[in-house]
Design a protein around this ligand. Structure first.
Ligand SMILES: *Cc1c(COP(=O)(O)O)cnc(C)c1O
Length: 373
Protein backbone atom coordinates (compact mmCIF):
# COMPACT_ATOMS: atom_id res chain seq x y z
CA UNK A 1 0.00 0.00 0.00
CA UNK A 2 1.30 3.46 -0.94
CA UNK A 3 1.09 6.13 1.77
CA UNK A 4 1.29 9.80 0.80
CA UNK A 5 3.45 12.14 2.86
CA UNK A 6 0.54 14.57 2.93
CA UNK A 7 -2.78 14.94 1.11
CA UNK A 8 -4.47 18.30 1.42
CA UNK A 9 -7.59 17.15 -0.45
CA UNK A 10 -8.36 14.77 2.40
CA UNK A 11 -7.97 17.75 4.75
CA UNK A 12 -10.81 19.61 3.03
CA UNK A 13 -13.17 16.64 3.40
CA UNK A 14 -16.40 17.36 5.24
CA UNK A 15 -15.54 21.04 5.64
CA UNK A 16 -15.95 21.65 1.91
CA UNK A 17 -19.55 23.04 2.00
CA UNK A 18 -18.68 25.42 4.85
CA UNK A 19 -15.50 26.55 3.08
CA UNK A 20 -17.44 27.12 -0.15
CA UNK A 21 -20.09 29.14 1.68
CA UNK A 22 -17.42 31.28 3.38
CA UNK A 23 -15.68 31.94 0.06
CA UNK A 24 -19.00 32.86 -1.54
CA UNK A 25 -19.78 35.32 1.26
CA UNK A 26 -16.50 37.13 0.61
CA UNK A 27 -17.09 37.07 -3.14
CA UNK A 28 -20.54 38.61 -2.72
CA UNK A 29 -19.43 41.17 -0.14
CA UNK A 30 -17.30 43.05 -2.65
CA UNK A 31 -14.71 43.75 0.11
CA UNK A 32 -11.46 41.82 -0.20
CA UNK A 33 -8.75 43.35 1.99
CA UNK A 34 -8.89 44.53 5.64
CA UNK A 35 -12.58 43.97 6.25
CA UNK A 36 -14.97 42.22 8.61
CA UNK A 37 -13.77 38.69 7.84
CA UNK A 38 -10.24 39.61 8.94
CA UNK A 39 -11.41 41.47 12.05
CA UNK A 40 -13.49 38.47 13.06
CA UNK A 41 -10.69 35.97 12.50
CA UNK A 42 -8.19 38.18 14.34
CA UNK A 43 -10.36 38.39 17.43
CA UNK A 44 -11.18 34.66 17.53
CA UNK A 45 -7.58 33.62 16.90
CA UNK A 46 -6.27 36.03 19.57
CA UNK A 47 -8.74 34.54 22.06
CA UNK A 48 -7.79 31.00 21.03
CA UNK A 49 -4.12 31.75 21.68
CA UNK A 50 -4.86 33.55 24.95
CA UNK A 51 -3.50 36.84 23.62
CA UNK A 52 -5.18 40.24 23.68
CA UNK A 53 -4.72 40.92 19.98
CA UNK A 54 -3.93 39.36 16.62
CA UNK A 55 -2.69 41.10 13.48
CA UNK A 56 -3.11 39.19 10.20
CA UNK A 57 -0.17 39.20 7.80
CA UNK A 58 0.57 37.91 4.32
CA UNK A 59 2.58 34.89 5.51
CA UNK A 60 4.58 33.53 8.43
CA UNK A 61 7.97 34.84 7.33
CA UNK A 62 6.58 38.37 7.09
CA UNK A 63 5.02 37.90 10.52
CA UNK A 64 8.49 37.21 11.99
CA UNK A 65 10.04 40.11 10.09
CA UNK A 66 7.37 42.59 11.16
CA UNK A 67 7.46 41.29 14.74
CA UNK A 68 11.21 41.99 14.85
CA UNK A 69 10.69 45.42 13.29
CA UNK A 70 7.93 46.18 15.82
CA UNK A 71 10.42 45.40 18.59
CA UNK A 72 12.86 47.88 17.12
CA UNK A 73 15.24 45.54 15.27
CA UNK A 74 17.02 47.49 12.53
CA UNK A 75 19.88 46.91 10.10
CA UNK A 76 23.07 45.88 11.85
CA UNK A 77 21.37 44.44 14.95
CA UNK A 78 21.87 40.83 16.03
CA UNK A 79 18.92 38.44 16.45
CA UNK A 80 19.45 35.07 18.17
CA UNK A 81 17.72 32.07 16.57
CA UNK A 82 18.19 28.39 15.77
CA UNK A 83 19.67 27.18 12.47
CA UNK A 84 17.67 23.94 12.04
CA UNK A 85 14.27 25.44 11.22
CA UNK A 86 14.20 25.91 7.47
CA UNK A 87 15.79 29.39 7.18
CA UNK A 88 12.44 31.17 7.78
CA UNK A 89 13.57 33.23 10.78
CA UNK A 90 16.90 33.82 9.04
CA UNK A 91 15.03 35.13 5.98
CA UNK A 92 13.16 37.58 8.22
CA UNK A 93 16.31 38.70 10.06
CA UNK A 94 18.30 39.15 6.84
CA UNK A 95 15.42 41.06 5.19
CA UNK A 96 15.88 43.72 7.87
CA UNK A 97 19.61 43.78 7.27
CA UNK A 98 20.15 42.35 10.74
CA UNK A 99 22.50 39.46 11.57
CA UNK A 100 21.29 36.02 12.68
CA UNK A 101 23.19 34.92 15.79
CA UNK A 102 22.77 31.16 15.56
CA UNK A 103 22.23 29.11 18.71
CA UNK A 104 22.67 25.33 18.83
CA UNK A 105 19.90 22.88 19.70
CA UNK A 106 19.32 20.22 22.33
CA UNK A 107 19.82 16.93 20.45
CA UNK A 108 17.14 15.21 22.56
CA UNK A 109 14.38 17.59 21.41
CA UNK A 110 15.84 19.37 18.35
CA UNK A 111 14.73 22.62 20.05
CA UNK A 112 16.74 25.60 21.30
CA UNK A 113 19.28 24.48 23.90
CA UNK A 114 18.77 26.42 27.14
CA UNK A 115 22.48 26.57 28.04
CA UNK A 116 23.46 27.79 24.58
CA UNK A 117 20.58 30.29 24.61
CA UNK A 118 21.85 31.62 27.94
CA UNK A 119 25.29 32.22 26.42
CA UNK A 120 23.65 34.00 23.48
CA UNK A 121 21.35 36.32 25.47
CA UNK A 122 24.28 37.34 27.69
CA UNK A 123 25.66 39.11 24.60
CA UNK A 124 22.40 41.09 24.45
CA UNK A 125 21.09 40.47 20.94
CA UNK A 126 18.20 42.77 19.99
CA UNK A 127 15.75 39.83 20.15
CA UNK A 128 15.56 36.06 20.66
CA UNK A 129 13.44 34.02 18.25
CA UNK A 130 12.18 30.85 19.96
CA UNK A 131 11.02 28.30 17.38
CA UNK A 132 8.51 25.66 18.51
CA UNK A 133 9.69 23.17 15.91
CA UNK A 134 7.73 20.14 14.63
CA UNK A 135 4.77 21.07 16.84
CA UNK A 136 6.63 20.92 20.14
CA UNK A 137 6.92 23.86 22.52
CA UNK A 138 10.52 24.88 23.17
CA UNK A 139 11.58 25.15 26.87
CA UNK A 140 9.91 28.54 26.97
CA UNK A 141 9.48 28.58 30.77
CA UNK A 142 13.29 28.44 31.12
CA UNK A 143 14.05 30.75 28.20
CA UNK A 144 11.72 33.61 29.17
CA UNK A 145 13.32 34.46 32.53
CA UNK A 146 16.80 34.20 30.97
CA UNK A 147 15.85 36.59 28.18
CA UNK A 148 14.14 38.94 30.63
CA UNK A 149 17.22 39.01 32.85
CA UNK A 150 19.20 40.49 29.95
CA UNK A 151 16.36 42.62 28.60
CA UNK A 152 16.06 40.61 25.37
CA UNK A 153 12.50 40.42 23.97
CA UNK A 154 11.29 36.98 22.88
CA UNK A 155 9.53 36.36 19.57
CA UNK A 156 7.92 32.93 19.34
CA UNK A 157 7.91 31.25 15.94
CA UNK A 158 4.67 29.25 16.23
CA UNK A 159 4.36 28.38 12.52
CA UNK A 160 4.39 24.66 13.43
CA UNK A 161 2.71 24.90 16.82
CA UNK A 162 -0.86 26.30 16.54
CA UNK A 163 -2.61 25.21 19.73
CA UNK A 164 0.37 23.66 21.53
CA UNK A 165 -0.11 24.35 25.23
CA UNK A 166 1.78 24.12 28.49
CA UNK A 167 0.31 24.82 31.93
CA UNK A 168 -2.81 26.29 30.36
CA UNK A 169 -0.96 28.70 28.06
CA UNK A 170 -0.81 28.34 24.32
CA UNK A 171 2.00 28.90 21.83
CA UNK A 172 2.23 32.59 20.99
CA UNK A 173 1.08 33.85 24.39
CA UNK A 174 4.43 33.46 26.18
CA UNK A 175 6.72 35.92 24.39
CA UNK A 176 6.32 39.58 23.45
CA UNK A 177 4.94 38.51 20.05
CA UNK A 178 3.92 35.10 18.66
CA UNK A 179 4.22 34.55 14.91
CA UNK A 180 2.08 32.13 12.91
CA UNK A 181 1.97 30.88 9.35
CA UNK A 182 -1.24 29.58 7.77
CA UNK A 183 0.53 27.97 4.82
CA UNK A 184 -1.74 25.13 3.62
CA UNK A 185 0.24 22.30 5.28
CA UNK A 186 0.42 23.93 8.73
CA UNK A 187 -1.74 22.65 11.61
CA UNK A 188 -4.09 25.56 10.83
CA UNK A 189 -3.81 26.09 7.09
CA UNK A 190 -5.41 28.52 4.65
CA UNK A 191 -6.04 27.76 0.99
CA UNK A 192 -3.08 29.88 0.06
CA UNK A 193 -0.58 31.99 1.98
CA UNK A 194 -1.37 33.63 5.28
CA UNK A 195 0.19 34.57 8.60
CA UNK A 196 -0.38 36.49 11.81
CA UNK A 197 1.23 37.96 14.90
CA UNK A 198 -0.40 37.71 18.32
CA UNK A 199 0.50 39.95 21.23
CA UNK A 200 -0.97 41.23 24.46
CA UNK A 201 0.93 44.53 24.29
CA UNK A 202 -1.35 47.20 22.76
CA UNK A 203 1.56 49.37 21.61
CA UNK A 204 3.15 46.42 19.79
CA UNK A 205 -0.21 45.57 18.21
CA UNK A 206 -0.50 49.14 16.99
CA UNK A 207 3.01 49.05 15.52
CA UNK A 208 2.30 45.70 13.83
CA UNK A 209 -0.89 47.10 12.27
CA UNK A 210 1.06 50.06 10.93
CA UNK A 211 3.98 47.94 9.70
CA UNK A 212 1.76 45.58 7.68
CA UNK A 213 0.43 48.55 5.75
CA UNK A 214 3.38 50.70 4.63
CA UNK A 215 3.83 52.20 8.11
CA UNK A 216 0.60 54.17 7.84
CA UNK A 217 -0.81 55.98 10.86
CA UNK A 218 -3.78 56.76 8.62
CA UNK A 219 -4.23 56.85 4.88
CA UNK A 220 -1.08 57.95 3.05
CA UNK A 221 0.62 59.21 6.22
CA UNK A 222 3.67 57.17 7.26
CA UNK A 223 4.59 57.49 10.92
CA UNK A 224 6.26 54.08 11.40
CA UNK A 225 9.50 53.38 9.56
CA UNK A 226 10.21 49.97 8.04
CA UNK A 227 6.65 49.32 6.84
CA UNK A 228 5.69 46.72 4.27
CA UNK A 229 2.59 45.58 2.49
CA UNK A 230 1.71 42.26 4.12
CA UNK A 231 -1.96 41.67 4.85
CA UNK A 232 -4.06 38.56 5.41
CA UNK A 233 -6.83 38.90 2.84
CA UNK A 234 -10.56 38.52 3.48
CA UNK A 235 -10.88 35.24 1.59
CA UNK A 236 -8.15 33.49 3.61
CA UNK A 237 -9.41 34.99 6.87
CA UNK A 238 -12.93 33.70 6.18
CA UNK A 239 -11.64 30.22 5.32
CA UNK A 240 -9.46 30.18 8.47
CA UNK A 241 -12.49 31.06 10.60
CA UNK A 242 -14.21 27.94 9.26
CA UNK A 243 -11.18 25.80 10.05
CA UNK A 244 -10.17 27.13 13.48
CA UNK A 245 -12.92 25.27 15.39
CA UNK A 246 -11.53 21.95 14.02
CA UNK A 247 -7.95 22.67 15.12
CA UNK A 248 -8.01 21.00 18.55
CA UNK A 249 -9.54 17.79 17.19
CA UNK A 250 -7.01 17.71 14.36
CA UNK A 251 -4.15 18.24 16.82
CA UNK A 252 -5.54 15.43 18.98
CA UNK A 253 -5.49 13.10 15.97
CA UNK A 254 -1.89 14.13 15.25
CA UNK A 255 -0.95 13.07 18.81
CA UNK A 256 -2.72 9.74 18.25
CA UNK A 257 -0.72 9.19 15.08
CA UNK A 258 2.51 9.89 16.99
CA UNK A 259 1.51 7.46 19.74
CA UNK A 260 0.67 4.75 17.19
CA UNK A 261 4.01 5.19 15.41
CA UNK A 262 5.79 5.02 18.77
CA UNK A 263 3.98 1.81 19.71
CA UNK A 264 4.56 0.09 16.36
CA UNK A 265 8.03 1.11 15.19
CA UNK A 266 10.66 -1.33 16.44
CA UNK A 267 13.77 -0.54 14.48
CA UNK A 268 17.17 -0.35 16.21
CA UNK A 269 18.50 1.93 13.44
CA UNK A 270 16.11 4.75 14.35
CA UNK A 271 15.55 6.98 17.38
CA UNK A 272 11.94 8.09 17.83
CA UNK A 273 10.86 11.50 19.13
CA UNK A 274 9.81 11.69 22.79
CA UNK A 275 6.12 11.11 23.63
CA UNK A 276 3.73 13.88 22.61
CA UNK A 277 1.91 15.64 25.45
CA UNK A 278 -0.40 18.65 25.23
CA UNK A 279 2.62 20.85 24.51
CA UNK A 280 3.13 18.97 21.25
CA UNK A 281 0.76 19.29 18.29
CA UNK A 282 2.93 16.97 16.16
CA UNK A 283 3.17 19.17 13.09
CA UNK A 284 5.73 16.66 11.83
CA UNK A 285 6.66 13.20 13.11
CA UNK A 286 10.45 13.34 12.95
CA UNK A 287 12.72 10.43 13.74
CA UNK A 288 16.50 10.24 13.58
CA UNK A 289 18.75 7.69 11.95
CA UNK A 290 22.45 7.48 11.23
CA UNK A 291 21.50 5.83 7.92
CA UNK A 292 18.73 8.33 7.14
CA UNK A 293 19.27 8.50 3.39
CA UNK A 294 19.15 4.73 2.92
CA UNK A 295 16.08 4.49 5.14
CA UNK A 296 14.38 7.23 3.08
CA UNK A 297 15.23 5.37 -0.15
CA UNK A 298 13.84 2.14 1.38
CA UNK A 299 10.57 3.90 2.25
CA UNK A 300 10.19 5.62 -1.12
CA UNK A 301 10.92 2.40 -3.01
CA UNK A 302 7.92 0.90 -1.18
CA UNK A 303 5.58 3.81 -1.90
CA UNK A 304 5.89 5.52 1.49
CA UNK A 305 6.20 9.30 1.30
CA UNK A 306 8.81 10.90 3.55
CA UNK A 307 10.76 14.14 3.66
CA UNK A 308 13.61 15.85 5.48
CA UNK A 309 12.96 18.91 7.68
CA UNK A 310 15.48 20.33 7.13
CA UNK A 311 18.47 18.98 5.22
CA UNK A 312 20.66 22.11 5.19
CA UNK A 313 21.39 24.10 8.36
CA UNK A 314 20.86 27.84 7.92
CA UNK A 315 24.56 28.65 8.31
CA UNK A 316 25.46 26.15 5.58
CA UNK A 317 23.04 27.41 2.93
CA UNK A 318 24.98 27.89 -0.31
CA UNK A 319 23.96 31.54 -0.75
CA UNK A 320 25.41 32.45 2.66
CA UNK A 321 28.26 29.95 2.96
CA UNK A 322 30.96 32.59 3.20
CA UNK A 323 29.03 34.88 5.50
CA UNK A 324 28.59 32.12 8.11
CA UNK A 325 31.80 30.18 7.38
CA UNK A 326 33.07 30.62 10.95
CA UNK A 327 29.83 29.39 12.58
CA UNK A 328 29.93 25.84 14.03
CA UNK A 329 26.80 24.21 15.49
CA UNK A 330 27.65 20.52 16.02
CA UNK A 331 24.22 19.39 17.23
CA UNK A 332 22.39 21.26 14.47
CA UNK A 333 24.69 19.92 11.77
CA UNK A 334 24.36 16.34 13.00
CA UNK A 335 20.57 16.58 13.31
CA UNK A 336 20.20 17.90 9.76
CA UNK A 337 22.03 14.78 8.51
CA UNK A 338 19.85 12.39 10.54
CA UNK A 339 16.25 13.66 10.67
CA UNK A 340 13.49 12.05 8.64
CA UNK A 341 9.80 13.04 8.65
CA UNK A 342 7.11 10.36 8.26
CA UNK A 343 3.56 10.89 6.93
CA UNK A 344 1.65 12.75 9.67
CA UNK A 345 -1.59 14.54 8.84
CA UNK A 346 -4.90 14.26 10.70
CA UNK A 347 -6.69 12.26 7.98
CA UNK A 348 -4.02 9.53 7.96
CA UNK A 349 -5.70 6.19 8.73
CA UNK A 350 -4.51 3.57 11.21
CA UNK A 351 -3.81 1.01 8.44
CA UNK A 352 -1.59 3.59 6.73
CA UNK A 353 0.33 4.25 9.97
CA UNK A 354 0.78 0.51 10.47
CA UNK A 355 2.02 0.12 6.90
CA UNK A 356 4.64 2.84 7.42
CA UNK A 357 5.73 1.21 10.69
CA UNK A 358 5.93 -2.24 9.07
CA UNK A 359 8.07 -0.92 6.21
CA UNK A 360 10.42 0.79 8.70
CA UNK A 361 10.63 -2.36 10.79
CA UNK A 362 11.54 -4.36 7.67
CA UNK A 363 14.49 -2.06 6.93
CA UNK A 364 17.82 -3.84 7.26
CA UNK A 365 20.50 -1.29 8.10
CA UNK A 366 23.23 -3.81 7.29
CA UNK A 367 21.85 -4.67 3.86
CA UNK A 368 23.85 -2.18 1.79
CA UNK A 369 26.82 0.08 2.45
CA UNK A 370 27.97 0.87 5.97
CA UNK A 371 25.55 0.47 8.84
CA UNK A 372 25.66 3.08 11.55
CA UNK A 373 22.56 3.47 13.65
C1 LIG B 1 6.30 27.58 7.56
C2 LIG B 1 7.20 28.19 8.56
C3 LIG B 1 7.49 29.56 8.57
C4 LIG B 1 7.14 30.50 7.45
O1 LIG B 1 5.86 30.55 7.08
P1 LIG B 1 5.45 31.02 5.59
O2 LIG B 1 4.01 31.32 5.72
O3 LIG B 1 5.75 29.88 4.68
O4 LIG B 1 6.27 32.23 5.28
C5 LIG B 1 8.25 30.07 9.61
N1 LIG B 1 8.74 29.27 10.57
C6 LIG B 1 8.52 27.95 10.58
C7 LIG B 1 9.08 27.13 11.69
C8 LIG B 1 7.75 27.36 9.57
O5 LIG B 1 7.53 26.04 9.59
Amino acid sequence: MAVAFNDLRRGIGQAQPALEAAALRVLRSGWFVLGDALTQFESTFAAYCGAADCVGMGNGTDAIELALRALGVVAGDRVACVANAGFYASTAVLAIGAQPQFVDIDPATLLLDVGQAQEAVRTRPKALVVTHLFGRLAPIEALLPLAMQFGVPVVEDCAQAHGAERQGMRAGAFGAIGCFSFYPTKNLGALGDGGACVTSDPSLAKRLRALRQYGWAGKYRIETAGGRNSRLDELQAALLSVRLPQLDAANGRRREIAARYAARIHQPAVALPGPAGADDVVHLYVLRSGCRDRLAAHLRARGIGCDVHYPVPDHRQPAYRERFASVALPQTERACAEVLSLPCFPELGDPEIDEVADVINAFDPAATGSARA
